[in-house]
Design a protein around this ligand. Structure first.
Ligand code: GTP
Ligand code: MG
Length: 461
């Protein structure tokens, strides 16, 4: 389905200018293509960085009316070329990396020269796809490459790196190994039908499947946290007018994005800003103060605030510690009581009242309590710091497959517990669960799913 017998080429470094730009070749003819475009005559040595010149493509010369013999084409850049012979390379194929000066013109010229010499322009993600197809990476690791490249916070990078290192794959294959053991026993029993459950008692099977379900539960229970880290969270600041929502928004965002005045009803629209809070990629949203008003613009702002409240992963409910609680405060506290929220008493510097019990006391203008607030936000979203270091599932595809596997296992466990269920019946559910595990790590993943996963990559990855 996926061709891997041709040689692909692409710029591997990001678009734009830089000190160095890298062009990567992968495929059976990588070495021949590279040799055809470098001026060095001696063969490239494996895994040795070699300084040489690179020659421009023939066509470019010809169109400029300067067609010349191959060996007198002028050089276009000084480069360092490294050849990684198969299978000791990223893709498992012959790979040549050409480090040139990071000019889009030069890099494009190298790609064109490689294409003239027989390579083809790579599709998005094709290098990593080849690494997967040749068994250099499993599918979880290949997806982790994309996540690592896309990471916007150190925590996202760490979770992705963990998965690249195979931590999650190991947890899944350990669980699968326990299942394999059970399947083998049940199949053996099938081979000796007269003996009934020959190699294992039904109660014992139920108990062993139950243990596997428990392990899946603990893996899946981390998933919410993992997904929050990978995909980021929406944190919405709400409160009645003038309590300091926009002031808080600005200090958390580290910029004066939102207008702050002492006039209640200043903010009329949603203001959003991406911020890193304790490693979590947060979309922070400032909203209009909640109150009944006849001003049409403000009314629209308030209704947008209500909508933003609904999609929030976490609410920061801001109150004003320098005044007594009002009806608007109380209403908002009631309305958000069942939501994931942090109640904040702002203007702590002018606190006149003891404030709401349990509220986090801060001063947006003086900066008091902000470190604690950041910590509290990260903890609400991803659990406490200790937990954040363990391997987590962060990918929705993985979560969905593992949940399906769990459903099959629960069915098999209950059937086993019900006694005299035929082995075939249990086996089909156990096998279905194992197929889901295989699909997570990519042993049996449909081609269209693979295509979809690798399309997410950019060209050159
Ligand atoms: N003393 C003190 N004043 C604050 C603090 N935070 C905000 N303020 C002041 O409170 C007033 C209102 O602040 P905003 O941030 O505009 O309040 P808001 O909740 O966004 O108001 P609306 O957009 O009208 O709903 C401004 O004059 C701020 O300077 C604080 O921690 N201490
Ligand atoms: Mg405001």
């Amino acid at each position: 389905m996926f061709a891997t017998d041709d040689t692909i080429v692409a710029i591997a470094t990001p678009p734009g200018r830089g000190g160095i730009g890298i062009v990567r070749l992968s495929g059976p003819a990588a070495l021949q293509v590279a040799s055809a475009i470098v001026s060095r005559r001696a063969p490239l040595e494996p895994r040795r960085a070699t300084f040489t010149r690179l020659r421009a493509r023939d066509g470019a010369r010809a169109s400029a009316g300067q067609a010349r013999r191959d060996d007198v084409r002028p050089p276009i850049d000084q480069v360092v070329v490294t050849w990684f012979p198969a299978p000791g390379s990223y893709t498992g194929q012959h790979v040549v990396e050409i480090s040139a000066h990071g000019s889009p013109v030069v890099l494009r010229g190298i790609v064109d020269a490689a294409i003239d010499a027989g390579a083809r322009l790579a599709q998005p993600g094709e290098f990593t796809l080849r690494a997967f197809l040749s068994g250099k990476l499993d599918l979880v690791q290949a997806e982790a490459v994309a996540d690592l490249i896309a990471a916007a916070t150190p925590l996202q990078a760490r979770v992705a790196f963990d998965q690249l290192e195979g931590t999650l794959t190991r947890r899944i294959t350990d669980i699968d190994a326990a299942l394999f053991d059970l399947v083998a026993k049940l199949e053996a029993s099938l081979d000796f039908p007269d003996e009934g459950y020959h190699f294992v008692e039904p109660a014992e099977i139920a108990q062993q499947i139950g243990a596997v379900v428990e392990r899946l539960n603990s893996l899946l229970c981390d998933a919410g946290r993992g997904r929050m880290i990978r995909e980021g969270a929406t944190v919405v600041i709400v409160g009645r007018p003038n309590v300091g929502k926009s002031s808080l928004f600005n200090v958390l965002a580290g910029s004066d994005r939102a207008i702050v005045t002492d006039v209640p009803g200043t903010t009329r629209d949603l203001v959003t800003e991406p911020v890193d809070i304790g490693g979590v990629a947060v979309t922070l949203v400032d909203t209009a103060g909640a109150r009944n008003t006849i001003d049409v613009v403000e009314r629209e702002g308030v209704s947008r605030a209500v909508k933003a409240r609904e999609i929030a992963d976490l609410l920061l409910v801001v109150t004003d510690a320098s005044e007594a609680l009002t009806g608007d405060d109380q209403l908002l506290l009631d309305q958000t009581a069942t939501r994931r929220r942090i109640v904040i008493a702002n203007k702590h510097d002018r606190a006149a009242t003891p404030g709401i019990a349990g509220a986090l006391r801060i001063s947006a203008t003086r900066g008091d309590g902000l470190a604690e607030l950041r910590r509290a936000i990260a903890e609400e979203l991803t659990g406490d710091e200790a937990l954040r270091d363990t391997a987590a599932i962060s990918n929705l595809r993985h979560v969905a497959l593992l949940e399906e596997a769990r459903a099959h296992l629960i069915k098999a466990r209950d059937a086993a517990a019900a006694q005299n269920t035929p082995e075939e019946f249990l086996l089909s559910d156990l096998q279905a669960a194992r197929a889901r595990f295989d699909e997570v790590v990519g042993v049996r993943t449909p081609d269209d799913v693979l295509r979809h996963i690798f399309e997410r990559f950019c060209i050159g990855k």
